[in-house]
Design a protein around this ligand. Structure first.
Ligand SMILES: [Zn+2]
Length: 54
């Protein structure tokens, strides 16, 4: 399951969320630090480095 990195606009925290492909873009992502929904998806290096399992 891929990991997506988000940044919270409210508190500037960054955090990772695991979402399935089908969930991605549909699930409500909230900041684990301040519970804000004002979060932005970032294209993270972490995700790019994740080995693909076929
Ligand atoms: Zn936050």
């Amino acid at each position: 399951m891929p990991t997506y990195e988000y940044q919270c606009h409210a508190c500037q925290a960054t955090f990772s969320v695991r979402e399935s492909i089908s969930q991605h873009g549909h699930a409500d992502v909230t900041c684990p630090h301040c519970r804000s929904r004002d979060v932005e998806l970032r294209m993270s290096e972490f995700y790019a480095k994740t080995p693909r399992k076929s």
